[in-house]
Structure formats: structure tokens, C-alpha cells
Design a binder for this molecule. Structure first.
Ligand SMILES: [Zn+2]
Length: 408
């Protein structure tokens, strides 16, 4: 038992002791990140004041911070050289929509304001006013009076008012920050893991070798199944293959590769719903591992070429029966703590990008990471959408595409 525990710890780095036997295929692994990390930060238009008398800056700052806080722009410094942010243009537009008296006070400034109803339409009208600085000044001075600035201060703040485009949110990546600070100085916290994900630089050589070996393995299985969509689930702590499956839409239209794979994982936990699948499942088990997730013939086929270990670690007898009732994000810890539960802490390798149904089923199964090789026309992790980046979901797996250099 102790020997086994030691081995699991050592294998935590997914050391590939059988590298010599790997296929010679060359792969590169790219993380698939949310769209907001792939483009420069969006900008938002704000009214800015150009301060000519620098001695007045601190006095003006005190008043502006007190009467006109900008909670949505906390990532920005309020001052850039001699320019100060007064407020977002949208705040003024909102007040025009929400306050009848303010609307009455400014409607004469631009006829367009009178005919617009939505905040966005009024923002557009206010931006169009840049052609006439007197009109901007007239609107801003009325706004500042509503915000309880003294007439004198309102006059001063609106005297040299202009409009600037500033970063709407705090940048997450270094390159985004470089562009954003050229627009306006803003806060930034370097997140090394995110930088590495963006630069496709998250895995050690040993880890890369392991992932590409599994990709070779599923390509091998697929080529032995007439090019069928194939998937493998691996316990990343010890490198064991937990489940293997190919699509079975010949049996049922819902039996896509990932759906069957999830069912095979359930079998490794003595569950599973699709009895049609089975005939040669390896029902054997020992003290530590359950082998029900792998068809016996499949195991034989893989073993011919890949010296890899099989079997799902058995649940601890002392564990809680409902480990995932809390929304715990540390899935690997849960796997160690509670033992196998659905796909918690497991890595899923697929020949093909999963569809929406399969991608969502993998969310429900609490998979840790998804690796796929080929994009699919109905793919939900890159092609049609990036389901794993939807913040509202209560579980998020990482997604990587493994490109075979020979296939690109
Ligand atoms: Zn599917």
C-alpha cells in the first residue's frame, strides 16, 4: 500500500517512463482561452478635464472623488498628466433617461437628445457633440450641478472638457496592459499561470510527452475502428487509463464519443446506464483498481503498442458519499480526498472536439481538463462557442487542442 502511495506521488508529474516506446509523432499543445483574453481590452468613453493650473489638481481631486466616484473604473488612475477623468459619458446619458428635470435642463442643447429614448442612443448623441465644445460644456456643467458641485467648481471642471476613450476593465494579460496604459494608466496584477496559458507554455516536457502519448494512443485506437471518434479518460495523478470509448451512434443517436466515455467512467465506479455497450468489459478488479471502464478487447489492443497502466482507483471506504455538493474548484484535491466521483480530477482526451451536448455532459461530470485533436463543425469548445469560458456555469474545465504537426 505504501509503495503504491509513493508511486502515485512520483507519477504526479506524469513522468513517462516509457518514452522510448512512444510514437514519433510531433505535437504542439495550445490552450483555448476565453475571447476576452484574445483581444485588446474594450474602451469606454469618458469626459475628461484638462487642468491648466497644476496647483489646483489636489483641490479638484478631493471634490471630484467625493461627489463623483467612478466605481466601475476603479482600475484606472483618475489623472493622466494634466488630464482628469470626470465621469463616463454613459453616466450622463443615464441621468438624461432617468431624471426628467435633468432632461428638461439639457434638451435644448441638442435636438437629437429629445428624440432618443435609450441610454445607448443618447450616448451616441453626446459623442456626436464633440463637434461643438460649447455643447459638451453645457451638458457637463448641468450634470455637475445635479451632482452638487458648486457653481464655481462646475464652471471650472467644464471649462476645458473633452472626451477620451479609456480601458473599460482591468487588463488580465501583460500585452493587454501594454496597450491599455497607452490609452490611460491602469492597474494590473501579473498572473503567471494565465500568461503561461496564453503563451501555450503550461506543461513541462514530461507532461507534454505524456499528453502526446495519450493522443497517439487514441489515434491508434481510432485507426483500428475505421476512424471513429474516440476518447480516453486518464487519472493524471498516476497516468492510469480509467476509461476508453468510441462513439456508438449506431446503437443510439445520443451515444456520441464523450457520452459513451462518461458512461464508461461510471462503470469504473460500478455505475453506468448503457448496458447495450457491454459484452467484453473487464469485470476484474483488485484491491486498488477497478477495470470496468475499459473493454477487455480494447485493453488488449492498446497493450500491444502502449505500455500503459489501466484501472480506476477505487473509492476510499471512509469518504463522504457526496463530495461535490459544494462548488469546490480544486477538483484534483477532491479526487485525492474523496476518491473517484464522476470525472472529478480526471483528464479527458478526445480525437474530436465535443458538441454542445457532450461538452455540457463533461461539465456535469466535473472533468478537470479536456484535450482534443480535431475541430468539429458542431464543436462547442472552439468552433461554435467556447462553452468552458461561460462564467455562469458552476464548473470549468481547462481546454487544450493538441495539434499533430503532420496533420496541420
Ligand atoms: Zn457530442
Amino acid at each position: 500500500m505504501e509503495q503504491n502511495a509513493k508511486r502515485i506521488k512520483l507519477d504526479g508529474n506524469q513522468v513517462d517512463t516509457d518514452k522510448k516506446n512512444c510514437s514519433k509523432s510531433s505535437y504542439r499543445i495550445e490552450s483555448i482561452l476565453s475571447d476576452d483574453l484574445m483581444k485588446a481590452v474594450d474602451v469606454v468613453n469618458v469626459y475628461t478635464l484638462s487642468i491648466t493650473d497644476r496647483k489646483r489638481i489636489s483641490k479638484i481631486m478631493v471634490e471630484v472623488n467625493k461627489l463623483l466616484p467612478i466605481p466601475n473604473l476603479q482600475h484606472l488612475k483618475r489623472i493622466k498628466k494634466n488630464e482628469m477623468i470626470i465621469c463616463p459619458v454613459k453616466d450622463v446619458a443615464k441621468l438624461i433617461v432617468e431624471s426628467y428635470s435633468f432632461f428638461e435642463n439639457v434638451k435644448h442643447i441638442s435636438p437629437e437628445i429629445q428624440s432618443k429614448n435609450s441610454v445607448d442612443e443618447i450616448v451616441k448623441s453626446l459623442l456626436d457633440m464633440t463637434r461643438d465644445s460649447n455643447n459638451i460644456k453645457s451638458v457637463v456643467i448641468e450634470f455637475l450641478r445635479v451632482k452638487e458641485f458648486t457653481n464655481e467648481m462646475a464652471e471650472e471642471l467644464s471649462s476645458n472638457v473633452g472626451i477620451s476613450a479609456v480601458p473599460s476593465i482591468q487588463p488580465k494579460l501583460h500585452w493587454q496592459h501594454t496597450i491599455a496604459t497607452e490609452q490611460w494608466p491602469c492597474k494590473f496584477h501579473l498572473n503567471k499561470q494565465l500568461e503561461n496559458l496564453y503563451n501555450h507554455n503550461v506543461f513541462t516536457e514530461n507532461e507534454k510527452n505524456f499528453h502526446t502519448k495519450i493522443m497517439d494512443l487514441i489515434s491508434f485506437i481510432s485507426s483500428n475502428m475505421n476512424g471513429k471518434s474516440v476518447g480516453v479518460v486518464v487519472d493524471p495523478r498516476n497516468g492510469h487509463v480509467v476509461a476508453v470509448a468510441g462513439a456508438r451512434i449506431d446503437l443510439h443517436p445520443l451515444m456520441h464519443c464523450s457520452m459513451v466515455l462518461i458512461d464508461m467512467v461510471a462503470r469504473s465506479q460500478n455505475g453506468g446506464a448503457w448496458s447495450e455497450l457491454d459484452s467484453t468489459a473487464d469485470k476484474s478488479s483488485d484491491d486498488l483498481y477497478n477495470y470496468n471502464g475499459i473493454d477487455k478487447k480494447m485493453k488488449e489492443l492498446i497493450s500491444q503498442k502502449f505500455p500503459i497502466q489501466f484501472g480506476a482507483q477505487k473509492p476510499s471506504t471512509t469518504i463522504s458519499k457526496t463530495p461535490l455538493q459544494t462548488n469546490d474548484l480544486s477538483s484534483t484535491d477532491n479526487l485525492s480526498k474523496y476518491g473517484p466521483y464522476l470525472c472529478t480530477g480526471y483528464d479527458v482526451y478526445l480525437t474530436d472536439e465535443p458538441c454542445v451536448m457532450c461538452a455540457m455532459a463533461l461539465v456535469h461530470s466535473r472533468a478537470k481538463r479536456i484535450f482534443f485533436q480535431n475541430c468539429s463543425t458542431k464543436g462547442a469548445l472552439k468552433t461554435l462557442t467556447k462553452l468552458h469560458t461561460i462564467k455562469a456555469l458552476n464548473h470549468h474545465y481547462e481546454v487544450y487542442q493538441i495539434y499533430s504537426d503532420t496533420a496541420v
